[in-house]
Design a protein. Structure first.
Length: 403
């Protein structure tokens, strides 16, 4: 089978996903076009060689609708013969775009793709597409639907994680992100975003809160307690599915959950012939990909079974992995991953994660693939695994290996 290589990975800084965020004036199409133009310019690409642009975005309505991928191609400097495919696997959309592109190449369907994603959460609100699993009672009742925040608290209750453990992970995420920025570890991938006049409007991850400590987080009220216990009482639904639990321990809040942000990322993937023809040197090969469905009530445990699956399918062990990127959707998601595999916390999210820097849904999967590629090179390591939990009960994973 043909190998699929990563030749480059770029991303925007992540802006606060609200009206006073630095990227609020930028549409999803414009941000995507800037990222596409950056990967074209950095690699002196003849974009006619690109088979497709596969672009993830989780909320595909309004200005993020209408096959945003194709619109972004047309808004960019790419040749108009390059098509675009918009995909949605919720939080794993950006990763699934990369995985799909890699597997297309491995199967012989084209020699090069650009894959990634975007989410402008300050402009197109999460959930504004009216997901059937949440709003259709026939589906919600069948699946014992509860919102993600309640699912995160359910994980904490089921697997015995405390508020203090979750807050400690959040503080560490902030500290690591601050250290990474001070050490310029993201410099190889970050693309400063420009306004319509070509002036820079953001060149750093805006959401970070350096100096966050346990006392600061301890003063925050649990975000999902009222939703669970009072109205509409989702704790009762969770306990119907998990009747061995007496109550749900609500430990998550804004400080130990992922931030709502705007952002975009792209990965250039090709086979060996593509690189040789265009004078590009591969940085890593995409060794394995996987996805899986899980219980939709607890919802966010997917990183564990999908990691088990990807390792088993490719004859690998957890000890074969040097570095891990586990998306910090909620603190309990990462705590559960480390508990399940007895992984040393020092090799998980070494530069911080979405708690510190934010989680632009459709882009995050591509962002963390680029982050772990840069970190493999910085530490002179060989193999890394990235994984995300996914809404409605799914998981996705990618393993890359330096060339």
């Amino acid at each position: 089978m043909t190998e699929a290589y990563i030749y480059d990975a770029v991303r925007s800084p992540r802006g606060k996903g609200r009206k006073d965020g630095a990227l609020h004036e930028v549409t999803a199409v414009r941000l995507s076009a800037q990222i596409l133009n950056a990967i074209k310019a950095r690699n002196n690409l003849d974009t006619k060689a690109i088979e497709d642009v596969i672009w993830g975005n989780a909320t595909q309505v309004k200005e993020q609708g209408g096959c945003l991928a194709r619109t972004a191609v047309l808004a960019s400097d790419f040749d108009e013969q390059v098509p675009g495919l918009a995909i949605n696997r919720f939080c794993a959309s950006g990763m699934e775009a990369v995985n799909l592109a890699a597997n297309q190449i491995k199967g012989g369907a084209g020699s090069a793709y650009v894959a990634g994603g975007v989410e402008m959460m300050g402009r197109v609100a999460m959930g504004s597409d009216g997901a059937a699993i949440a709003v259709d009672p026939t589906v919600a009742m069948k699946t014992y639907f509860i919102p993600q925040g309640i699912s995160a608290d359910l994980i904490a209750t089921e697997y015995g994680f405390s508020r203090e453990q979750a807050d400690a992970l959040a503080v560490e995420s902030q500290n690591r992100a601050e250290a990474a920025w001070k050490d310029n570890r993201f410099a190889n991938s970050i693309i400063p975003i420009l306004d319509q006049n070509g002036l820079p409007i953001l060149d750093h991850d805006e959401y970070m809160r350096p100096g966050t400590d346990m006392q600061t987080l301890g003063a925050l009220r649990a975000s999902f307690k009222d939703m669970g216990e009072v109205m509409p009482g989702f704790d009762k639904v969770a306990i119907m599915k998990y009747p061995h639990l007496e109550r749900i321990n609500h430990i998550h809040h804004a400080g130990n959950s992922s931030g709502i942000v705007d952002g975009s990322a792209a990965v250039l993937i090709g086979n060996k012939d593509f690189g040789e023809k265009h004078g590009l040197k591969p940085r890593a090969r995409i060794r394995a990909t996987a996805k899986i469905g899980t219980d939709p009530t607890i919802m966010l445990t997917g990183p564990v079974p999908v990691t088990q699956k990807i390792l088993a399918d490719h004859g690998m062990a957890i000890s074969d992995i040097d570095l891990f990127e586990v998306n910090e959707a909620f603190a309990a998601v990462v705590l559960r991953f480390m508990q399940a595999f007895d992984v040393d916390p020092s090799v998980v999210n070494v530069n911080g994660g979405s708690i510190a820097m934010g989680h632009p849904l459709g882009a995050t999967g591509a962002i963390i693939i680029g982050t772990m590629l840069d970190e493999l090179e910085r530490q002179d390591k060989e193999v890394a695994l990235a994984t995300l939990c996914v809404a409605s009960g799914m998981g996705a994973a990618t393993i890359i290996e330096r060339v």
